[in-house]
Design a binder for this molecule. Structure first.
Ligand code: PHE
Length: 340
């Protein structure tokens, strides 16, 4: 028996391999449950007493040598794998978790909401699939009114009724006036759709924020002051001008320009050499619209305004092509990580 152990010790000592599976086979052969060592341990009882001591020592030596051999060989194999770069550099820094960013449309929308909520405007929302009444008729745009052509519309044909993809969020304001009594101060952000060719300047879908203020004695001066406050907050710019314009739902109506400046070549290009940039439409709510919403125009008056979020974002961030907003190119979106 002792001789047998000795030959195993010799075998263990001479064993070498850089193949992980062979080393594992070797481990199982000696150290596994049904391995050689366990066989020797279980025959311990049968060994005559005077040989027990030597036998025990020999088996222990065999065990230690086998364990050491397995460990050394496995370590060597692992070190080799590491050298080959299989595990790479185990001390390298971990992979950073990618932090997402808000979409620039959301960033600008939130900014606009905050500026108006600071002066008491709440936020109202409505459906993107709208009916004719809320998108057109209630807003002083009866059927066959030529001004309907100002906004090319996507219709959703569901006989006998006619629905459409809203062309502006003014319909939300109609809904709000139908459901709430003045004083009303609300802004309505949302997605709108127009049947327009897609280009760098326009898209068939975009986003708007429209505002509405209805109370006793609301005047054009209030409108102008509110817009002045808004442009100061958003652009840090205090110079605006109102040009007469036409919207069916407001009377009088105006378009709002902010003074952008004419210092750089870019200023010249984006303001077409005038220094002024158009940013929104506005006006005093037409009495017909108030009446349509069951608000007495003799008692109340109001102003409304509406702007495209993309246009504002393009100005704030100097984005040249509106299509960038919808392509979800990470190289574009990642630039807004620092924005709130
Ligand atoms: N609804 C108009 C548009 O979509 C914007 C607007 C709103 C103009 C309110 C005046 C008053 O262009």
């Amino acid at each position: 028996m002792i001789e047998e152990i000795k030959s195993h010790i010799a075998e263990v000592e001479s064993f070498s391999s850089d193949d992980f599976e062979l080393v594992e086979e070797f481990r199982i052969k000696y150290l596994g449950k049904k391995g050689i060592l366990n066989k020797f341990f279980s025959s311990f009882k049968k060994i005559p007493n005077e040989e027990k001591k030597e036998f025990g020592q020999m088996v222990n030596t065999l065990k230690t040598k086998a364990q050491e051999k397995v460990e050394t060989l496995k370590n060597a194999i692992e070190a080799q794998l590491e050298d080959k770069g299989v595990y790479g550099d185990l001390l390298r820094p971990g992979q950073a978790i990618e932090v997402g960013a808000r979409h620039p449309i959301s960033v600008v929308k939130n900014q606009i909401i905050e500026i108006f909520s600071n002066i008491g405007f709440n936020v109202s929302e409505g459906p993107e699939i709208e009916d004719d009444w809320h998108n057109f008729t209630a807003l002083n745009l009866p059927e066959h009114h030529p001004a309907r052509d100002m906004q090319d519309t996507f219709f959703v044909q569901t006989n006998p009724e006619k629905y459409l993809l809203r062309t502006h969020t003014s319909g939300v304001q109609v809904r709000y006036m139908e459901e709430n009594k003045p004083p009303i101060r609300t802004i309505s952000p949302g997605r709108v759709y127009r049947n327009e060719d897609i280009s760098a300047r326009s898209h068939c879908l975009f986003h708007q924020v429209e505002g509405l203020y209805v109370d006793k004695g609301v005047s054009f001066a209030d409108l102008k002051q509110t817009l002045l406050y808004f442009t100061k907050q958003l652009f840090g710019n205090s110079k605006i001008r109102l040009r007469p314009s036409y919207f069916p739902f407001t009377e009088p109506s105006a378009e709002v320009d902010i003074y952008w400046g004419l210092e750089t070549e870019i200023d010249h290009r984006i303001t077409k050499g005038t220094g002024w940039l158009e940013i929104m439409g506005c006006g005093m709510v037409d009495p017909n619209v108030l009446e349509n919403c069951k608000i007495d125009p003799e008692e109340y008056s109001g102003f409304a305004f509406g702007m495209g979020i993309e246009r504002i974002a393009m100005l704030l961030y100097q984005i040249e092509d509106i299509r960038m907003f919808y392509e979800n190119d990470l190289r574009f979106l990642n630039q807004f990580k620092s924005a709130l």
